[in-house]
Design a protein around this ligand. Structure first.
Ligand SMILES: Nc1ncnc2c1ncn2[C@@H]1O[C@H](COP(=O)(O)OP(=O)(O)O)[C@@H](O)[C@H]1O
Ligand SMILES: [Mg+2]
Length: 229
């Protein structure tokens, strides 16, 4: 099967601040991520992992460079669309360390929130969300609030939510940081399965070397550069 590009960046630079207070985080990153890949992102604390994910997710603006989501160029020294939030809602899925489900919405409403914001018809959004909830074996909880679910169940809901807008790429910032080794391995295996079966790219920040064997490639930030090992 031919590899389909999920995301590409070229010469991506990120600085915070100006003049004397300038902090250089990335000096020029170039790489391509393909659909179906699970990529581990590793680097010491403060090296720029979260900053990189937030740029790839169109949440914070790079300083310069180019960025493609799928085949579409979204950034070249500036955002190429007026509303970068719209790109984010349509093409990116996020998974965080804490699940950040909305407590006063039920499971189904949490999963359909972004698709409905994207003007997907309710019937279609609900049907797709129920399919995902079935895939993660939590469909029977669709009308429960997050507080009525276990931690593991809520995390599966959060992963279902990240998939609900059929993203080009899923960005996961330390999704296993709060879990013990056994649970961490099961989450990472689940992410690998999702990447393959849903043909989506996933970049996952991790500090745990034991997770690396389940990933297709390991991406490192070293001296403000990206290297694959
Ligand atoms: N909004 C910001 N303003 C200024 N500096 C920032 C900001 N966000 C991050 N940084 C700096 O950028 C560097 C990378 O931070 P971060 O991406 O959070 O690293 P990591 O996730 O790898 O721990 C750090 O030196 C941090 O202090
Ligand atoms: Mg971080």
């Amino acid at each position: 099967m031919q590899k389909e590009q999920s995301m590409r960046v070229e010469n991506l630079v990120k600085n915070f601040g100006k003049g004397d207070s300038l902090v250089s985080v990335l000096e020029g990153a170039s790489f391509t991520i393909n659909k179906g890949e699970l990529i581990a992102l590793v680097a010491p604390s403060g090296a720029g992992k979260t900053t990189l994910l937030m740029m790839l997710g169109c949440v914070i603006e790079p300083t310069s460079g180019s960025m493609w989501l799928g085949e579409k160029k979204v950034y070249e020294n500036r955002w190429l669309t007026k509303d970068s939030r719209k790109i984010r809602r349509q093409k990116i899925g996020f998974i965080f360390q804490a699940h950040y489900l909305i407590p006063f919405l039920n499971v189904l409403e949490n999963v359909t929130l972004v698709p409905l914001t994207n003007q997907v018809p309710t019937k279609e959004a609900n049907a797709h969300a129920m399919e995902l909830l079935q895939y993660f074996d939590i469909a029977e909880k669709a009308y429960n609030k997050p507080s009525q679910l276990s931690g593991g169940q809520n995390q599966r809901v959060a992963i279902a939510r990240a998939l609900a807008n059929n993203p080009e790429i899923i960005l996961a910032d330390e999704p296993t940081a709060a879990l013990d080794t056994e649970r961490s391995i099961s989450v990472v295996k689940m992410l690998k399965k999702i990447a393959t079966e849903q043909n989506v790219a996933i970049i996952m920040v991790t500090h745990d070397d034991r997770m690396l064997e389940y990933c297709d490639r390991v991406m490192k930030i070293e001296d403000k550069k990206i290297v694959f090992i």
